[in-house]
Design a protein around this ligand. Sequence first.
Ligand SMILES: [Zn+2]
Length: 204
Amino acid sequence: MSLFPSVIFFCLGFLISFIFPRLPIILITRVKGFNIAFPAHPEPIPLSPKLTQRVLHMRMIYWMGFVVATIPLLFGLASIKWGNAAFGFGLWISSGWFILSRMQTFVGGPKPPWTLEMAQRLQLVLDEAKSESACCNKPRPEWKMLFISCDQCGKVLDEMPRPDLGRKRKDGFFAGGFRLLLTDGYPVIDNDSADFGEIDDSEE
Ligand SMILES: [Zn+2]
């Protein structure tokens, strides 16, 4: 009858190292002082250098999870060798999985929710709004849930869905944190599935 506690220890280890590397994104970024410059979630965010910087911060914290994940990985190995093997195995499997899935990015897997390219696109839209080819007289580009559009004239400026940006979520710390664990910061709805950017006019 020793299987039952082993399963519990395994699950416990698995759960701990599932949550652990994701904590930086859930905890660090929800601090009050971190979000003064932005309207409350889920309001659209006006584009600004601050927002571009935020995307870069989120990207940095995302990759920090990589380093953080090595802690339960090492603890897991130590626990397999000297401590509770089931617990250690749970820790080890879960954090190993986390590291492997993040490494997929380098071999053509899904991109991280926050990328350098994203920050550059934000900057491009900002530059465009200040240039002569702006959409209207007083452009006010805002990042909505699914795209960036001008608050003045309503023109869609970039079809880039908005990922989580570290603001305190309106659904509260626990529900919001849980949702983040599930979505990993990615936008909940992806534009690619409803590709309205390029419509094929072959019927004409
Ligand atoms: Zn406009």
